[in-house]
Design a protein around this ligand. Sequence first.
Ligand SMILES: [Zn+2]
Length: 113
Amino acid sequence: MHEMSIAEGVVQLLEEQSLAQNYTRVKHVWLEIGPLAAVESEALRFCFDAVTRNTLAEGALLDIIDLPGEAWCLGCATTVPITQRYDSCVHCGSYQLQVTRGDELRIKELEVE
Ligand SMILES: [Zn+2]
């Protein structure tokens, strides 16, 4: 499952960071996810709970922040909102969109001790 490897990647990052930043426990994680990262929030939550067991992030809260997707429409020569990679332009219906944001997947903030 895609979400499982993402959750594992997050935990790995938390463990690496704990050495550099000198914390032993992660209590809360805020993740920013764009619509094009194709992540199911509920599946990710489930996987996060599973992979954090017996790690420094066991029992940590996970907050998922949905970021907007955006693309540049060649037809309108403007930035338009998108919710998936192959959306058409909401203004002119064109499929000539260049995605400019929406595939983010990053840790925004951590609460540690
Ligand atoms: Zn357009």
